[in-house]
Design a protein around this ligand. Structure first.
Ligand code: AMP
Ligand code: ZN
Length: 435
């Protein structure tokens, strides 16, 4: 039941001691990177007696990673580096993370631990429907699945027909897929005259890399008749393998032997108590190539208080509620895109693809929500469609406090991204207003 029983069920006090040892070693390693050398000369290397001692150090942000491009955060000689991953910056320098052999081995073990925890075994056939390349989702899971010993199909994203062909021919039982694509792919399965619930062998999915709601997860599970496990990670830490759901599916265990997690108030950086929502801040505890101290993820979540019935002692974080930088401000009202998703996914007859646009009309902000209908609702009469539209409008107004313009669309008519879904487009004249 456990991939690594000793680590996964380690007593909290022992886990904290391990964190302290690893934190001290991380600080020493970090001091070899030009950026942290300068920083630690100023602040002094913290004497770590308990994990909380790290709060004496300043945060690291994405901006610093960008400014120090390309090698300011590299803590080992280049000859020790075996791979880099980089997140595409739409503006400015990309952020680059360098991995040593030891980092790759540690990462693949973490991902294997996650998949094993969710119930994948070497007898499973694993189809990896995530992008390979600089994006960490593909290679991260690929190496993890191989470590676990499952036959891995490195098909990558897109080309739904081919995905379904592989699923049928090789009797795929587990897949790693973006939540937005999981719903689209199911539609393609149905268009081919197949029932994803009964005509395929898929029994579990790992879904993550983009924000999604509990409602979306349930839809994925129902549509495919599978269990879908939430997978959280970011390339600055390693990629997938940072936090993952266990069979209880009530929060994601954050692997505290490898990451030190803090939750802080996004505006002030002050710690928030367990149970309260804030921004997740992470420190790597084993990484050698690019150790990161107190990295501001921008992801909003909370620590779920109390032990998990599965017996693992690593604390759980709640589903990511959004990013501190994706909040939309519509005429002064704060709205997170996931509030819109949650509302839409609760309405029967509504499909899974949607797009939020913010326009400026007569000097006022206006929220436009275009949403695809489920394939069968499109057959409805005009008055049924009008009824559905008013239900969507009323539900969104109740949830967000603003009155949006709602457009119902035929299934499959919104543009489909191959990578992470683009859910919000700000069309207001001044950019940077809100999201
Ligand atoms: P990247 O470094 O490009 O892989 O992107 C990492 C970001 O994707 C995270 O900081 C989150 O904002 C988002 N992300 C990853 N996994 C999840 C997840 N399971 N739920 C919500 N957002 C996620
Ligand atoms: Zn658990």
């Amino acid at each position: 039941m456990y991939w690594d029983r000793d680590i996964e069920t380690m007593e909290r006090s022992a886990l904290q001691r391990l964190q302290c040892e690893r934190l001290a070693a991380t600080l020493e390693r970090a001091a070899r990177a030009p950026y942290y050398r300068r920083l630690l000369e100023k602040t002094g290397v913290a004497d770590v007696r308990e994990p909380g001692d790290i709060s004496r150090l300043p945060f690291t942000t994405k901006a610093e990673l960008r400014n120090e491009f390309p090698y300011g955060f590299l803590a080992v000689p280049l000859t020790d580096v075996v791979r880099l991953h980089s997140s595409s910056g739409t503006t400015g320098n990309p952020t680059v993370i360098y991995h040593t052999k030891a980092d790759i081995i540690a990462w693949q073990d973490l991902v294997a631990r996650c998949m094993y925890m969710a119930g994948m075994r070497s007898s499973d056939v694993f189809q990896n429907i995530m992008g390979y390349g600089l994006f960490t989702g593909g290679l991260g899971f690929h190496y993890g699945a191989e470590k676990l010993g499952a036959m891995t199909i490195p098909v990558g994203p897109g080309n739904s027909k081919r995905q379904i062909w592989f699923m049928r021919e090789f009797k795929t039982t587990a897949m790693h897929i973006l939540p937005s694509y999981a719903m689209r792919l199911a539609t393609h399965v149905k268009e081919m005259g197949l029932d994803p619930r009964t005509d395929l062998s898929v029994r579990m999915a790992f879904v993550g890399a983009e924000p999604h709601t509990e409602e979306t997860r349930r839809r994925i599970e129902e549509t495919w008749n599978i269990r879908a496990f939430n997978s959280y990670g970011l390339s600055e830490m390693c990629g997938p393998g940072v936090a993952f759901e266990c069979p209880e599916q009530s929060g994601m265990h954050i692997w505290e032997d490898s990451f030190l997690a803090e939750i802080v108030e996004p505006d002030t950086g002050a710690p928030v108590p367990d149970g309260e929502c804030g921004e997740l801040v992470l420190t790597t505890l084993t990484r050698t190539g690019t150790p990161l101290l107190r990295y501001r993820t921008r992801d909003l979540t909370r620590i779920i208080p109390g032990p998990c019935p599965c017996g693992r002692t690593h604390r759980r974080i709640d589903r990511i509620r959004g990013r501190s930088d994706d909040m939309m401000i519509i005429n002064g009202v704060n709205i997170f895109p996931l509030q819109v998703e949650q509302t839409l996914m609760r309405i029967p007859g509504i499909g899974s693809n949607y797009l939020i646009e913010i326009h400026e009309e007569n000097f006022m902000d206006r929220l436009h929500v275009s949403v695809e209908m489920a394939a069968d609702s499109f057959q409805g009469t005009l008055s049924q469609l009008e009824g559905l539209q008013s239900r969507v409008l009323a539900a969104l107004r109740d949830e967000t406090g603003v009155t949006p313009v709602v457009k119902l669309l035929e299934a499959g008519s919104l543009p489909a991204a191959e990578g992470k879904a683009v859910r919000v487009v700000d069309r207001r004249a001044q950019s940077g207003k809100g999201c």
